[in-house]
Design a protein around this ligand. Structure first.
Ligand code: SIN
Ligand code: CO
Length: 372
């Protein structure tokens, strides 16, 4: 981790005093940081159909939102002020962005969402709003003025195509330049406006809602549940109303449903699969001309391996989860896999016990050898 990233705070103190609690401005968090790409690179990314992008225009109470992919000409028609181009999951397509995320390793990977980048011309903004997630806003090229507020009135402008606060009452204001960073906890009202041509890198985290988790868990249970028995009524008595569902029938159904049980193992299995599952728009590309097993091992042994930026590898106890799949590795694989999960790479030489598994992941596009 870069020493200055948290402005001299240790990760322990940052987590205790700021994380999920209050904003923190860090001047010169990443010294010398000028950004990872140019406006032209951004426009090129926004023209790809495998990259999620949006264009926000407007100010005050007038806003418009368009989804990408865009054509180069779309940008030529834009005015000189008041628009912002957003590109999601930059870490999936740019190795430097993936490397930048590694500095935020003091937050568990299961909480990480992605790195979003915005490019704005003067006056460009996505409006005053709040997010449901923690975010680090790292300034790349140019300058952005941020205003924040502790207001609890989070009422939104009606009819706007994006979440804009109806009333925004700024309490603090800073202009961030290259390398400066602002941490915001969930629900902190904020409003960033580009002072000049500027780019902001948002390191975003995810926190599923109780409803999403419950729905996901019920779906998981549905796939794994094994129940015995069948409705039975050897003591059935003549009913006055054949159309009525009797109390006895309801009671028996209630008992059957109440037999659905789960334990800590089921919870871990669900959590591991759910949290490592890539977003629906993520696809892995198998290598075009894959190295054969021997060549892969030779290269990996020399250069090491790294998870593909889109891969998510997590573990709980002795159970591992990669991209929504679960497995229990052999005892001799565990240390290497934990290292790969923590640092997303394994330095050479490759642990012999991991060769087969890593080669299979390489063939699926989940992992790459360092020089490929
Ligand atoms: C931006 O970078 O323009 C928006 C980021 C945010 O406000 O969350
Ligand atoms: Co925001």
């Amino acid at each position: 981790m870069i020493k200055t990233l948290l402005g001299g705070l240790s990760p322990t103190r940052f987590l205790r005093d700021y994380w999920h609690k209050r904003p923190l401005l860090i001047r010169n968090a990443v010294p010398g940081f000028q950004g990872l790409l140019t406006p032209d690179d951004m426009m090129h990314l926004a023209s790809r159909d495998d990259v999620e992008s949006r264009l926000v225009r407007g100010s005050g109470t007038h806003w418009s939102l368009d989804d990408g992919p865009f054509r180069k000409n779309d940008f030529k028609r834009l005015p000189k002020a008041e628009w912002t181009l957003l590109v999601q999951s930059l870490n999936h397509v740019l190795p430097e962005a993936d490397a930048l995320l590694a500095h935020f390793n003091f937050i568990p990977h299961a909480r990480l969402d992605d790195l979003m980048v915005s490019y704005a011309v003067p006056g460009g903004s996505v409006g005053p709003h709040f997010d449901s997630y923690d975010v680090f806003l790292l300034q790349g090229q140019g300058h952005r003025r941020w205003q924040i507020s502790t207001q609890t009135d989070l009422g939104l402008l009606e009819g706007a195509p994006l979440k804009i606060l109806k009333q925004f009452k700024p309490e603090e204001e800073w202009t961030l330049g290259p390398g400066d960073m602002l941490y915001l906890p969930p629900h902190a009202a904020h409003y960033g406006v580009a002072v000049d041509d500027c780019m902001t890198y948002s390191i975003g985290f995810r926190a599923p809602t109780a409803e999403e988790l419950a729905y996901g868990f019920l779906t998981h249970l549905q796939d794994t549940l094994a129940m015995e028995g069948r409705y039975a009524d050897p003591d059935l008595r003549l009913q006055t109303h054949p159309g009525e569902i009797s109390r006895g029938m309801l009671a028996q159904i209630g008992e059957m449903v109440a037999r659905i049980q789960w334990n800590k193992r089921d919870i871990a299995e669900f959590a591991g699969r759910y949290l490592s599952d890539p977003k629906p728009n993520v696809f892995f590309d198998a290598p075009d001309t894959p190295l054969n097993r021997t060549a892969f091992i030779r290269q990996a042994d020399k250069k090491g391996v790294a998870l593909d930026p889109k891969s998510r590898l997590l573990f709980a106890g002795g159970r591992f989860y990669i991209n929504g799949e679960a497995f229990t590795p052999g005892a001799d694989e565990i240390a290497g896999l934990q290292q790969l999960a923590d640092y997303r790479r394994l330095n050479p030489p490759l642990p012999v016990a991991l060769r087969e598994r890593l080669h299979a992941w390489y063939e699926s596009g989940w992992l790459e050898t360092e020089s490929s």
